[in-house]
Design a protein around this ligand. Sequence first.
Ligand code: GDP
Length: 328
Amino acid sequence: MGTGSVVALSGGIGGVKLALGFQGICAPGALTVVVNTGDDFEHLGLAISPDVDTTLYTLAGLANPQLGWGRDGETWNFMAELERLGGESWFRLGDKDLAVHVERTRRLAKGEPLSEIIGDFARRLGLAARVLPMSNDPVRTIVETAAGTLSFQHYFVRERCEPAVATIRFEGAPDARATPAALQALERQDLAAIVICPSNPYLSVDPILAIPGWRSALQSSGAPVIAVSPLIGGEAVKGPTAKIMRELKLEVSPLTVARHYAGIIGGFVLDEADAALASRLDVPVHVAPTLMRTRADKERLAREVLDFASALHGRSIRPHGGSGRGES
Ligand code: GDP
């Protein structure tokens, strides 16, 4: 039997680590990464898709390892001149990154769907995986905070996640359609697993699940849907997941995350630091080291997720032994 295909649902930085692991072990074309676009926004007249671009750059091996966002080997001439002219500078746009936004904006203005533009960028950047936005329709994450109503990037970047979160909503999601090409990936005969990557459940995965077409497609898929815990030892590795959970008066525990995905997931990957919680989950659990520092960590976790999926599915999946791409 050949390589099983994988559909990974992801936000940006945290989730794409596991997507990189899957890209390393899956045959070319076997991995489809469906990316949150709830934090897309229009800025300086440009259409910006931060999670999609983080995914493209990371899977292409072009991400900036120091910053954790943006491009490696970036220059900042545009930003420096913009600041000199008194322009808005809270959202940093490097010169190489800027080219992506300009070209995306131009093609969107001509009426091309976002998924085709991103698919084309992925090919041109030499990705082995397919990267697709969750929807071609606009969905916007809005955060109600102690400091008022904030669009996602104002909350996340400008305010550095400091205001306490009261509620999060996804404007446009009820009417948004799931990206057709991404839904087709769920129908592949060789689909081995649908994986909810360790992204922020409330900011990065919920926008995807808020689209009715995604929720029902996941619920009706024959392949196992597996979530990997974004919490290790009761804390987030990075980012505001734990802070938001406390503000939403939720127990900061992988149990809360697994319950949040109830009705969608058929299995949950718990970090070994939280192994004691396994018996309290009401879905099948696989315990594994989930901290992904190196490329080897990412590929090992990706393999474990596929083995777990295979056990749940009751059939054998043989991951491709390829060398993979991208950074560690
Ligand atoms: P995004 O939601 O994918 O855009 O990325 P963030 O950087 O905001 O991180 C989201 C979640 O990923 C956080 O809850 C982190 O704890 C989690 N995360 C980041 N790195 C890792 C990792 O190596 N292993 C696990 N299990 N979770 C991680």
